[in-house]
Each structure stands twice: as C-alpha cells, then as structure tokens.
Design a protein around this ligand. Structure first.
Ligand code: FEO
Length: 393
C-alpha cells in the first residue's frame, strides 16, 4: 500500500517477473496493476483491481488497512489485468456496487459472469459523491478497448486513467522519478496497444483538457505528478506530421544475400544523413521495433524468398506493422530470391491497412551484383527525397 494523497491509496500489485503480455508483448521491465482506494467521509471506493494471479496482494493490502466495507468498485476497463479480480473482491464486499459504463458492463458479464444485480451503470460526466470527495466519470473509448473510461477525483485533482498514459514498468517509485526510463516504457506501451487508435486518442486528450489535473494515476507503471510531461509526449506521438529523420531497416537473411543488400543500404542511408535503426528479425525484441515505428519516417523490410513466399519472420513483422498502423510515410521492400516467388503480391496483401506509400520494391536474383548495388543506391536516393518532403528540420 502506498499513499498518493490523504485518504487516497495505491493498493495494487507490482509484477516484477512477468515477461510477456497477451502472449505477445515483451515486458523487459515487468509491470504493475495499480488499484486505488479512496476513502471519503461517507463512502469508500476502489478503482480497478489486479490481474488474478496477484489478487492475494490486493486483498492483503485491503485487509492490512482494516477495510471492511467498500461502497463502490469502479471498473474502467474489462481486460482481465484490471477486472480479473473483480469476482473475488465482490464476494468479499457483498454490499459493493460495481460502477461502470454500459458497454463495459456487458463485457464484464461476458468475460467474468458477474451478476447483473451488482452493477451501477454510469454515463459520461456523471458524478458520485463519497462525502467530501467527488468522482466524475469520463468515457474515453478506445484507449484501448471500446469500453474504456477514466475517473476524475475533483477535490484532489487526480485523473485515474487506467491503461491511458500507462507504462509496463515494475518499480517501487510511486511517482515517475527516472523520467527518461518511464517515457521509454510509456512509448513502448503506446506503440504496442494505443498507436492504432491515435485519432480517437486525440479526441480523448481534448476531452480531458478542461480538467485541472495535478496527478495522472494510470493502472500500469508509476504515477505522474507533472501531467504535462506525459500529455505532451502523447501529443507528439499522435501528431501525423511529426516524423523523425529515421528509417527502420528490418530484415531476415538465410544465406547472406539479403544481408549484403541491407549492409549496403544502411551505409548508403547514413552517407545521405539519414538515421537508421536496423533489426535482425530473427532475434529482435519486437517491442523495440514497435517503439521505433512511433516516429520513424519510413520502414524498409528486407526478406529472402522462403519457399515461394516471404520468410515467416518478415511476414510476422509485416503483420505487426499492418496491425499497429504507424504514421510512417513510406515503406520499401527489398530481398533476394533463388528461383521464383509471390513475395510482392503477398506483401501488398499483408500491408492492406497501412496508408504509407509503398516505394518501388527491389527484388534481385542470388547475391547482389554491381548493377544491384547501383539500384540500392537509387533506393537510398529515393528515401532521401522522401525525408526532404516529410521530415521537419
Ligand atoms: Fe492493462 Fe488493456 O489492460
């Protein structure tokens, strides 16, 4: 248990050892499931719970604080890392009302079979009083599911934002102290689950703008007592016109031909003053790759033909880029083949949702020859042109 402000406590759990989320998202720094207890002069509220394997931590915290009655359990989001312990909490506090919006209610019934009688459905901007403290509910859909919402504690100027502004970081720091580290973790988190919804995030940031916020208290990672820091970072990440002078070169090579193409391209780009982040897709941390997609001006995918198609590691990367929908302005493909294949047709299908311009692909037979290196230089020239067009100096 950690005190945020008088009568406001963080009572959730730190998960130091978790290394994977949703069975795909790497967690190099662990995570936390923040749950907040607010003791008003008349009523007590609990905001969100924790992932079920950590339920005992939450219940122990509440027991050690001598909490015998909770009036409202507020559920911001139906994903189980926050909702999964609701059944246990509701069983221990049988008089508690489960407060959420109508969409979240349906999802909680579907996912956790919670009794419909336990719910108190709230609308956007509705308030409930705890006596000397007031909770205002703000619907903020698609950060990152359709039912997500936030709660604003008026008297203490705290915005409880659930996943919105969160970061996967296990730390004993209640508030963000190592700012660079926290922002890196937050950027990773944004890239992995928020980025596809950045248009709606823009609207949600506008929606919270009128609030006087001293503290942002997310459901993962440390809290922010300088909210501007994280709000400004989000604004930069969602700005479609703010791309960096940077290219992601993500490649896989089976026998070295594609690797030679990559080596030549990376040098050619460097010589043209363009920053490169190179990833070997066989060993890369896909989270780091995702982070770079937040603001890279372009992505070059390089793959040999495997059987008749993209190498599976490259196909996985293309799938991720298509799913994350970064603001990247252009994409390029290059690779080597042995006899034949359908690589380009497959790639176009896999990138169907991206709005990035697909530059003329460069596919060569066997190892690159002098003529092929010239074509790689031409690709570097084309990329340099794109950077002059899109990157602000
Ligand atoms: Fe942290 Fe979308 O759950």
């Amino acid at each position: 248990m950690r005190q945020v402000k008088p009568d406001v406590f963080e009572v959730g759990a730190i998960d130091w050892d978790r290394r994977l989320f949703d069975e795909i998202v790497p967690l190099p720094d662990g995570t936390s499931y923040n749950s907040y207890l607010i003791k008003g002069s008349e009523k007590t509220a609990l905001i969100d719970t924790v992932d079920p394997p950590k339920c005992d931590v939450l219940l122990t915290n509440l027991a050690e604080m001598g909490i015998t009655k909770i009036d409202y359990v507020i559920s911001h989001h139906a994903e189980q890392d926050h909702s999964g312990s609701l059944p246990d909490v509701l069983a221990i506090f049988p008089d508690a009302k489960l407060v959420t919006n109508n969409k979240c209610k349906g999802m909680l019934i579907d996912l956790l079979e919670i009794d419909e009688q336990r719910f108190m459905v709230v609308e956007d901007a509705q308030e409930i009083s705890l006596g000397n403290k007031t909770l205002k509910f703000i619907l903020t859909p698609w950060v990152h599911w359709p039912e997500t919402m936030c709660t604003y504690l008026r008297e203490d100027k705290i915005l409880f934002s659930c996943d919105f502004f969160g970061s996967h970081l296990a730390t004993t720091d209640l508030f963000a102290v190592d700012i660079d580290k926290v922002l890196e973790c937050n950027k990773r988190y944004y890239a992995e689950i928020m980025m596809p919804f950045r248009t709606i995030i823009t609207k949600n940031i506008e929606k919270i703008k009128p609030l006087d916020i001293d503290i942002i208290a997310p459901s993962h990672g440390p809290l922010y007592n300088e909210p501007k820091l994280i709000i400004d970072a989000y604004k930069k990440w969602i700005d479609e016109n703010d791309v960096a002078n940077k290219v992601i070169v993500a490649y896989v090579s089976m026998h070295g031909s594609t690797r030679k193409m990559v080596d030549h391209l990376v040098t050619a780009l460097m010589n043209r003053g363009i920053g490169v982040q190179q990833f070997d897709l066989v060993t890369a941390d896909v989270g780091k790759l995702a982070i770079e997609t937040v603001d890279a001006a372009g992505i070059v995918l390089a793959s040999p033909t495997f059987l008749t198609a993209l190498h599976p590691a490259a196909a996985y990367a293309a799938f991720l880029v298509n799913a994350l929908r970064p603001k990247t302005k252009y994409m390029a493909f290059m690779g080597s083949f042995g006899w034949a294949g359908k690589v380009l047709d497959q790639l176009k299908q896999m990138l169907s949702t991206t709005k990035a311009e697909l530059l003329e692909p460069l596919v060569i037979k066997g190892v690159p020859k002098a003529d092929d290196y010239t074509k790689i230089d031409q690709l570097a020239d084309k990329i340099a042109e794109k950077h002059k067009e899109f990157v602000k100096v």
